[in-house]
Write a protein that binds this ligand. Structure first.
Ligand SMILES: Cc1cc2nc3c(=O)[nH]c(=O)nc-3n(C[C@H](O)[C@H](O)[C@H](O)COP(=O)(O)OP(=O)(O)OC[C@H]3O[C@@H](n4cnc5c(N)ncnc54)[C@H](O)[C@@H]3O)c2cc1C
Length: 225
């Protein structure tokens, strides 16, 4: 079985242009477990069209949330059907088909503090990672870059973790200021640190360039949306 039938239990605004979806199993089955960094395919029905479109969305929940999959979905202004349909047409109580969790962005064991960098909607897999690290009492620094506080998603979940790791918000920075902030965050990181980054390509290029000055290339983990 490579698809699961789920029901939208909750849909809510988590930031400007970003909705959260909580998906629960349609039948009396348990949703498969997954590790932080995983994503699922969501089959998104299209109005007046038999074919669904399939889009990938990262799972945002922490290890303690086992009864639902939590997604954060940003509406792409040039969407041809995926995110726009979810924002406009998908309602609580609707049934959807999803794929099983897959993961190309998993956490690695390390005695060093993990460095997490997210920009914009790229927070989704990093949020899952931060929650997993906090749950396992492993140290981390999360740097979250957003246009403004209104654009920063899942602040409630992030604030719950502030006692376990450091959550640093960077709002409305210019490219030059972003470069400087990333430089400070990475400076003098031990070479065996593991670092994880997700966001727009230009942001990931900046983060990766700084990381390469300090840590082993194989310890730099990037997720492209
Ligand atoms: C592993 C993974 C995890 C992801 N996780 C998330 C997540 O947690 N949250 C999230 O919001 N997104 C996530 N994404 C992105 C998501 O899968 C979708 O790509 C996103 O929602 C846009 O889909 P869409 O159907 O709305 O837009 P699309 O219709 O796919 O359009 C996307 C972009 O394609 C371009 N485009 C539009 N029309 C055309 C055209 N005719 N020809 C060529 N290009 C065109 C535009 O630049 C547009 O911005 C993830 C992607 C991956 C691969």
């Amino acid at each position: 079985m490579d698809t699961l039938s789920v029901v939208v239990r909750r849909k809510w605004a988590v930031a400007q242009d970003i909705v959260g979806l909580e998906l629960v199993a349609d039948a009396q089955v348990k949703l498969p477990a997954f590790a932080a960094g995983a994503y699922i395919d969501v089959h998104i029905p299209q109005h007046k069209c038999a074919e669904s479109v399939v889009r990938q969305y990262s799972l945002c929940n922490g290890p303690a949330d086992t009864d639902a999959y939590v997604l954060g979905i940003k509406e792409d202004t040039r969407s041809r059907g995926g995110s726009a349909t979810i924002h406009r047409d998908v309602l609580e109580g609707d049934k959807l088909f999803i794929g099983l969790p897959r993961n190309n962005f998993q956490l690695f064991d390390s005695s060093q503090k993990a460095l997490l960098f997210a920009a914009g909607i790229g927070i989704t897999p990093l949020l899952a990672m931060a929650q997993e690290l906090a749950f396992n009492q492993r140290p981390f620094d999360l740097h979250y870059f957003a246009r403004s506080t209104e654009c920063a998603a899942f602040q409630d979940r992030l604030s719950e973790m502030e006692h376990s790791g450091h959550v640093n918000y960077h709002y409305g920075l210019t490219p030059e200021a972003t470069d400087r902030a990333v430089g400070y965050a990475v400076e003098a990181a031990p070479s065996n640190t593991h670092a994880y980054c997700c966001g727009p390509t230009a942001f990931m290029d900046v983060v990766a360039a700084h990381l390469r000055q300090w840590i082993y290339p194989q310890n730099i983990h990037l997720e492209y949306f």
